[in-house]
Design a protein around this ligand. Sequence first.
Ligand code: HEC
Ligand code: HEC
Length: 254
Amino acid sequence: MKVKIFVLSIILLISQQTGNAFGAEAKKNDPGKKVYEERCQICHGAKGDGKGLVGVMKRSEKTGRMINVEARDFTLAVFRFRSTSTGCLPVNEDFISLINKGIPRSFMPSHKDQLSMEEKKALAEYIKTFSTRWKEEEPCKSIPVKKPRWVGSRSSVEKGKKIYKEMKCWECHGDDGKGKGPKSDTIKDDWGKPIVPFDFTTGATKMGDAPENVYTAYTTGLDGTGMPSYEDSLKEDERWHLVSYTLKLMGKVK
Ligand code: HEC
Ligand code: HEC
């Protein structure tokens, strides 16, 4: 028995020392790798492929339906919550903001106070070692966000309501914003897995529920989810009107 435990701890020690010997290329003693192994690997996996010990989690929806929540596969390098245009890689600040806030409704915890700024930056760099996309492409610039004063006003909410109808947001999100539009039961993500449109009336948006975050979601799109970018199809003002209507559906303005 003692021998067994001894052998096990040796294996554990070796695997801790060598880390993900089969996974990403990273420099020895990379501080990002160390923090990743301690904090992120359990879900995102040693190879960054999202197959950690708890890579798949179950969540029950308000409707009683159970859905799978899967940790992101970093080897694909497709990111949903960015400040950059659709199809682009995110910038470091996007990663740091996610590390600080966590991802509501997806079980990803916040690490705002647990990690130093250096550790957060090192983590952002380490995530990039899982895909060659980071070597092949220049990251795009963040899209500037300037909230007009009228966001949330009654007339802006009305305009947003019209745009919501015209742009067929309801096909996925439903007329009432509860996520039960006609397409909602059949939509899949880019890898063929069922995906649930956001229910505006419950819970927090994943990117954050400040008007600026919602505006960013409409502008950049959530790549890989089927939720499109409206950067080209709607004018800036129109996207802000949509934000007003979203705030209304979320019960944040009258
Ligand atoms: C409890 C599990 C869990 C832990 C721990 C965790 N994550 Fe995640 N993470 C997730 C899930 C689940 C998603 C997918 C969320 C979604 O799309 O709704 C995700 C998504 C992400 C994304 C992709 C965001 C995007 O724009 O698509 C990044 C980056 C990320 N995590 C970084 C980290 C880092 C860095 C750590 C460690 C500090 C970490 N995660 C720890 C579960 C976890
Ligand atoms: C093809 C279906 C589809 C269409 C059309 C669509 N969405 Fe989405 N939307 C989704 C899916 C799926 C998600 C959830 C992604 C996730 O949970 O990661 C989502 C997420 C969202 C979110 C939450 C973002 C966050 O940070 O969590 C908002 C807000 C939203 N959509 C609003 C809209 C609006 C407004 C429109 C129309 C202009 C629209 N959507 C059109 C499928 C769609």
